[in-house]
Design a protein around this ligand. Structure first.
Ligand SMILES: C[S@@+](CC[C@H](N)C(=O)[O-])C[C@H]1O[C@@H](n2cnc3c(N)ncnc32)[C@H](O)[C@@H]1O
Length: 398
């Protein structure tokens, strides 16, 4: 598959790709000429569904796209910087309806090229991709000269990707299986490229990466925003590296959680706080990473209800919860229940971050090993996650 083939078959495609690439460059997502060339070598439309839900990350209208009924709209969506939902509710709902939870997508080009640049795969390297989806990322990695193994948990998606890759003339090994286990039979790898988010890096990925090899992944912790991770395997059972910008991908199935507060909030302890809960969530991206690192099992979510900002907290083990409602008075209203005082813990973590001089996200990094994962500030020896690390949750759900 070459750009000249593309130009011969679809004269306007090369121009569309160049316009998209120019936009990605202007946005700061794309700077590598090698990666830019892959957009031509593995044109996105070969991996796009005929029908889907176009979900722009930036401003833009969310809508159904359908190649058969509105070809112009379909082409426009495919060569825009928007993700296209290809599966909803793990296959139980129509992905083009935009109603149910999106569970697979053709990721947005900006997110895809940024991760490709972070991984920086060299020709001939063996790369393990987690989350095959449509197969587009696998095709782009192949176009970079990598030898690609890609793992997809959903059999229907894996078989669709195999067909698309074969039609596009791309040789990549598509494995149907649990991505958290990697692909031990094909290890070691020079790089691991996760295109589904994790709330901790599975140890199998560290084990299966050569010393000096890289692992890139969207880290979506329980609290706050998602972050790009760029880890390097040290050869002694660890992978270490910095947070590298924002990333919000759909989660690896086993890492999905839901923040739930009881319907009946009675019985909670009522107190007040002078710390504005809005501060705790809006001082991103540094405070949220720090809080997630210090309290890895605390989930946070915010919303506005009846005109008042609310911060909701719960622990993953569902023992405790807290609700902080902003008021116009000197103190904001706090409800806490269970053996832990989650607002007190979050407020303490936030103020520790303040006392460190409000370090930005780029000053934090992660070390992943067999025990789980810890977050550090500035240097891997300055660990802020409580030691020993809280055990990583391995829920059974799908
Ligand atoms: C955002 S999509 C990936 C997009 C894809 N790389 C592409 O180019 O189209 C995330 C994918 O991860 C898959 N996934 C979720 N949990 C997984 C797991 N435990 N193992 C392997 N794949 C998983 C989903 O089924 C979904 O297809």
């Amino acid at each position: 598959m070459t750009s000249s083939t593309v130009e011969a078959a679809e004269p306007e495609v090369a121009a569309r790709i160049d316009a998209l690439a120019d936009g990605l460059q202007a946005q700061g997502w794309l700077s590598s000429s090698r990666v830019r060339a892959t957009l031509h070598a593995a044109p996105r439309h070969l991996f796009a569904p005929r029908r889907g839900w176009c979900a722009p990350d930036g401003p833009g209208s969310r809508r159904t796209i359908d190649r058969d009924t509105d070809a112009a709209g379909w082409w426009e969506a495919v060569y825009s910087d928007a993700s296209i939902v290809t599966q909803a509710a793990d296959g139980a709902a129509d992905p083009a309806a935009g109603k149910d939870e999106a569970t697979s997508s053709l990721s947005s080009p900006g997110a895809v090229v940024a991760f490709l640049e972070l991984l920086d795969a060299l020709p001939g390297e063996r790369v393990l991709e987690i989350g095959t989806g449509t197969g587009w990322t696998a095709a782009l990695l192949t176009a970079l000269g990598a030898e690609v193994t890609t793992v997809e948990i959903d059999p229907a998606l894996a078989s669709g990707a195999r067909e698309r890759l074969a039609r596009a003339g791309v040789e990549a090994a598509v494995i149907t299986g649990e991505g958290a286990d990697g692909a031990p039979e094909r290890a070691p790898f020079d790089g691991v490229h996760a295109t589904c988010a994790v709330n901790h890096v599975p140890y199998a990925w560290v084990e299966q990466t050569r010393p000096g090899g890289r692992i890139v992944a969207p880290w979506v912790p329980e609290f706050g925003d998602g972050h790009k991770l760029l880890l390097t395997a040290t050869g002694d059972g660890r992978a270490i590296g910095p947070l590298s910008g924002t990333a919000n991908y759909m989660l690896l199935r086993a890492h999905r959680t839901r923040l739930r507060l009881p319907d009946d909030l009675g019985g909670a302890t009522e107190t007040g706080t002078r710390l504005d809960p809005r501060r705790v969530v809006s001082d991103s991206y540094g405070a949220d990473a720090a809080i997630a690192g210090m309290l890895p099992d605390v989930q946070g979510g915010s919303r506005t209800r009846g005109g008042a900002f609310e911060l909701r907290l719960a622990d993953v083990a569902a023992t405790s919860w807290a609700l902080v409602r902003r008021t116009s008075g000197p103190e904001h209203h706090v409800l806490q229940a269970g053996p832990r005082r989650l607002w007190d813990e979050v407020a303490h973590a936030y103020l520790r971050w303040v006392s460190w001089g409000r370090p930005a996200r780029s000053r934090f990094g992660v070390t992943a090993d067999q025990q789980g994962q810890v977050l550090w500030l500035d240097t891997p020896t300055n660990i802020i996650t409580p030691e020993p690390p809280r055990p990583c949750r391995e829920p059974s759900q799908g």
